[in-house]
Design a protein around this ligand. Structure first.
Ligand SMILES: [Fe+2]
Length: 237
């Protein structure tokens, strides 16, 4: 059974991911070689950094899906987005048209930190009330501080799934993120591990290293974080 990667930047020319379709196909091939057969494309939706054009994202996604079929790649591709917790997310929620993961009610959301103000909690409560569910993106990169586990407990109590980046294990985001992620795995707080690939030259080495470390941490079974259970939970079958 193939693995699932629910956080990737593989749609060309829409964020800081690949610049063209051939580069996108190359990343998809690399992910497939690592055992991944289901991928969610999650371009950044954060207006202060990237101009997310809904129409262009959908067009390029559809074209990429067509190329996957043409080239006989045994990979299923789904669409989502990586929202920054702020205006873009709240507007799309208000318009009842957020970029959910596939056909699920799950949204991939990057938080500024693991400290949640009462306003943050109010905003999250509204999102939950409308039936949406949240996956917190790369929480190991939120910085470890004295309140971190309080924040994690708050997320867990609200059924937020916690996602970490595979390449944090190979040191991409520094020693602190790596040791925080290892601690989160040890305490069994991590629900999902994903690549968060961006089509950068150095990534293939870090991805292989990350898988090696994950396999030893997870007793040889990365499926717990990237396998059938995650596919079923998010309806990616
Ligand atoms: Fe990302």
């Amino acid at each position: 059974m193939g693995l699932v990667d629910i956080h990737t930047h593989i749609i060309p020319d829409v964020d800081d991911g690949p610049k063209n379709f051939e580069d996108s196909i190359n990343i998809i091939r690399q992910l497939y070689q690592l055992g991944i057969d289901t991928i969610v494309a999650t371009p950044h939706k954060r207006r202060s950094f990237f101009s997310f054009d809904d129409k262009k994202v959908i067009e390029n996604f559809n074209e990429l899906c067509g190329m996957i079929v043409e080239r006989n790649l045994c990979v299923k591709l789904y669409l989502g987005a990586e929202y920054y917790f702020g205006t873009d997310l709240f507007e799309d929620i208000n318009n009842n048209s957020p970029f959910v993961i596939g056909n699920s009610k799950y949204l991939l959301v990057e938080f500024k930190s693991l400290r949640f103000s009462s306003q943050d909690k109010e905003n999250l409560f509204r999102i939950f009330t409308l039936g949406y569910k949240i996956i917190a993106a790369h929480i190991e990169r939120n910085g470890f501080n004295s309140d971190s586990f309080e924040g994690i407990e708050y997320l867990k109590n609200n059924s937020v799934l916690l996602q970490c980046d595979l390449m944090s294990l190979s040191g991409l985001w520094g020693k602190e993120a790596k040791s925080f992620m290892e601690e989160l795995i040890k305490r069994d707080f991590v629900d999902i591990i994903s690549t968060d690939v961006h089509c950068r030259d150095f990534e293939s080495k870090l991805l292989s290293e990350g898988f090696g470390i994950l396999s030893s941490l997870a007793g040889g079974a990365p499926e717990k974080y990237m396998g059938l259970g995650i596919k079923k939970r998010l309806g990616l079958l």
